[in-house]
Design a protein around this ligand. Structure first.
Ligand SMILES: *[C@@H]1O[C@H](CO)[C@@H](O)[C@H](O)[C@H]1NC(C)=O
Ligand SMILES: *[C@@H]1O[C@H](CO)[C@@H](O)[C@H](O)[C@H]1NC(C)=O
Length: 218
C-alpha cells in the first residue's frame, strides 16, 4: 500500500501536462477520426498544429468544421504545388494532362470553399454535392494522366492526401445533421408536379399519403 501512492503521484504528474496541453479532446478527435474511411489522414492533419490551427474542437460539429477547414487548406496547398510542377513536365502529353489538372484543382478549391463560405451557408445536401464534385475533379485529374498513359512520373509528384480528406468529410457530412429535406410526399423535389401526379396515379400508397397531407378527411 505504501508504495502505491508514490507510483500514482508519479503517474499523475507525468500525465497532467499532457492533459493540460491537449485537453481531453485529442482522444475524442482520434475516436471521431476512427469513424471516417481514412482515419490516418484525419488524425495526421487534425491533431497536428502545423496543419490545424482553428478553434478548439470540443463537440462533433466543431470536428466537422475543422475537417472542412483543413481539407480546404490542404486542397489550396495541393493546387499551388501542382501549379509549381509545370516545368517538370517532360513532354506534350504530360503537359496536357497537367494543364487539365490545374483547372480541376482550381475547381476543387472553389467547390470546397463553397462548403465553408460564411456568407452563403449551404445545407447538408448542398455540402454533399460540392464535396462529391470536388472529389470527382481530383479523380478526373488522375484519370487524365492514366488515359494519356503518362501517369508514372508526374502523378507521384502530385501526391497529397486531399482525396482522403474529402472522402472523410463526405462520410461525416452524411452521418451528422438532419436528412436532406429534398423529398416531398415520397418524391424528390426535382420531380415536376405534373410528373408527380402521373407517378402517384400508378402508386396507390403515395397518393393515399398525398391525400392525408392535403388534409382531406375520409
Ligand atoms: C499523407 O498522410 C500521411 C498520414 O496518413 C502522412 O504520413 C503523409 O506525409 C501525408 N502526405 C502528404 C503529402 O501530406
Ligand atoms: C472563398 O470564397 C470567398 C468568398 O466567396 C473568397 O473571398 C475567398 O477568396 C475564397 N477562397 C478561396 C481559397 O478560394
Amino acid at each position: 500500500m505504501t508504495t502505491t501512492f508514490p507510483f500514482i503521484a508519479t503517474l499523475v504528474s507525468f500525465l497532467l501536462p499532457l492533459v493540460a496541453a491537449y485537453g481531453y479532446n485529442n482522444l475524442e478527435i482520434t475516436s471521431w477520426c476512427g469513424q471516417t474511411p481514412h482515419p490516418e489522414s484525419c488524425n495526421y492533419f487534425l491533431a497536428n498544429s502545423q496543419y490545424y490551427s482553428g478553434p478548439v474542437i470540443k463537440q462533433k460539429p466543431d470536428f466537422f468544421k475543422a475537417l472542412l477547414k483543413v481539407t480546404l487548406e490542404r486542397a489550396q496547398h495541393a493546387e499551388s504545388n501542382t501549379r509549381g510542377l509545370g516545368p517538370r513536365c517532360r513532354n506534350k502529353l504530360e503537359k496536357a494532362a497537367w494543364d487539365y489538372c490545374i483547372e480541376l484543382y482550381q475547381h476543387t478549391v472553389e467547390r470546397l470553399n463553397m462548403t465553408v463560405d460564411p456568407h452563403k451557408p449551404c445545407n447538408q445536401y448542398e455540402k454533399q454535392t460540392w464535396l462529391s464534385t470536388a472529389l470527382t475533379n481530383l479523380e478526373t485529374c488522375r484519370a487524365g494522366f492514366q488515359e494519356l498513359g503518362v501517369d508514372g512520373y508526374m502523378l507521384p509528384l502530385m501526391n497529397n492526401n486531399v482525396s482522403s480528406l474529402i472522402s472523410n468529410t463526405l462520410a461525416m457530412n452524411k452521418e451528422g445533421g438532419s436528412p436532406p429535406d429534398d423529398y416531398q410526399k415520397g418524391f424528390p423535389t426535382w420531380v415536376k408536379p405534373g410528373d408527380r401526379k402521373l407517378l402517384q396515379s400508378s402508386k396507390p400508397e403515395a397518393s393515399q399519403q398525398a391525400n392525408v397531407g392535403g388534409g382531406s378527411t375520409t
